[in-house]
Design a protein around this ligand. Structure first.
Ligand code: UD1
Length: 334
């Protein structure tokens, strides 16, 4: 089967390409490399001994997207491409609405024109806003707290409408919790440019002494140690969830939603302590004010994905901490 992966050189996209190739799917990547590098392709090839086909194009360019669909018989699309920095989306919302919506609409129009019916969409637990209770189930009310999250929710709504109008279509929406970790080889991982916004990329920079200490955003939340609790999931597990979703999508019509998380919440300090222990490094930290927009705790009920997709995360928090650090050690510039 030929699978088109948009954003296939990004953090989650590249790990998913590896799993697809390992499962004998043919992979065709579209990426404009706006937040990733071309070297990722060689690394995917090194890990899998298979070469994905690659097109450096902008997904908003309808003519080019159509050419790719005409050149390759695409059986299903996994759509990752999109801007994802929460803070930037608040300061530049138009950039997020224009790019994330336009690219998705273009993709959907072309899929309709060429009769490609299978789509897996990369959504986020951010669409649950501030959850009314925990763990979070797929049928909880949806709301967002920033433009990035709103683009994910708007796309979910667009896809719902399409599923009503088109009885042939198969859409699986995956809502990711907090992906961290990296491929065991140390070849693929997450290394954002500039000062990281997310917790694990920040911790690894403190571990390598590029940053002096971690700011812990608040220790007065209603959690077991006062710091924010999240459902961290190893990116390789997350990537495997896409294979399960793809298998489901082949004999399915309509739209379905799945949480991809482990179901276990860890606090900021749990993560710091585990990272220190498994990597034998010190992570100095300071408690600072809460970050605006943060919630106390967020973790998944992963039951639906387990029952209907047969998906269960296998890696624990120790592996996530080890693998995140291993990637940075292997890819440091000095
Ligand atoms: C954020 C986004 C979410 C996105 C996800 C990608 C918000 C509101 N949500 O989730 O939409 O899908 O990233 O992984 O931004 N923390 C610190 N110090 C730091 C960084 C983070 O204490 O320097 C704490 C946070 O307060 C939070 C936890 O670590 O409790 C996790 O934060 P982060 O990694 O940024 O992820 P989320 O905010 O959960």
């Amino acid at each position: 089967m030929n699978i088109l992966v948009t954003g296939g050189t990004g953090f989650i996209g590249s790990h998913t390409c590896v799993e697809l190739l390992n499962n004998n799917y043919n992979v065709i990547i579209i990426d404009n490399l706006s937040n990733s590098s071309i070297e990722v392709l060689e690394k995917i090839e090194k890990i899998t001994s298979k070469k994905p086909k690659f097109y450096k194009i902008d997904l908003c360019d309808k003519e080019k997207v159509k050419e790719i669909f005409n050149e390759n018989k695409i059986d299903a699309v996994i759509h990752f491409a999109g801007y994802k920095a929460v803070g930037e989306s608040v300061s530049n919302p138009l950039k997020y609405y224009r790019n994330n919506l336009d690219s998705t609409l273009t993709l959907l129009e072309v899929m309709k024109e060429v009769n490609c019916h299978n789509l897996i969409f990369s959504s986020s637990a951010t669409v649950y806003g501030t959850p009314k209770e925990l763990p979070i189930k797929e049928d909880f009310p949806l709301s967002t707290t920033n433009p990035y999250g709103t683009t994910k929710l708007m796309i979910e709504r667009i896809l719902k409408d399409i599923s009503i109008s088109d009885k042939e279509i198969s859409i699986i929406i995956l809502r990711y919790f907090n992906p961290i970790g990296s491929h065991k080889s140390g070849l693929l991982g997450e290394n954002p440019s500039g000062i990281p916004n997310n917790l694990m990329p920040y911790i690894v920079r403190v571990a390598t002494k590029e940053l002096p200490f971690l700011n812990v955003f608040g220790n007065d939340y209603d959690t077991h140690d006062g710091t924010g609790v999240r459902d961290y999931i190893h990116v390789v597990d997350l990537a495997k969830g896409h294979i399960k979703a793809l298998e489901k999508s082949i004999n399915f019509k309509g739209i379905e939603y799945y949480n991809l998380g482990t179901g276990t919440g860890y606090s900021v300090l749990d993560l710091v302590k585990t990272f220190e222990k498994v990597n034998n490094v010190k992570i100095p930290y300071k408690i600072v004010n809460r970050r605006p927009g943060d919630i106390a705790a967020c973790f998944a009920d992963p039951t639906k994905a387990y029952k209907e997709l047969g998906f269960k995360a296998e890696y624990g928090i120790e592996d996530m901490c080890k693998d995140s650090y291993n990637y940075i050690l292997k890819n440091k510039s000095n």
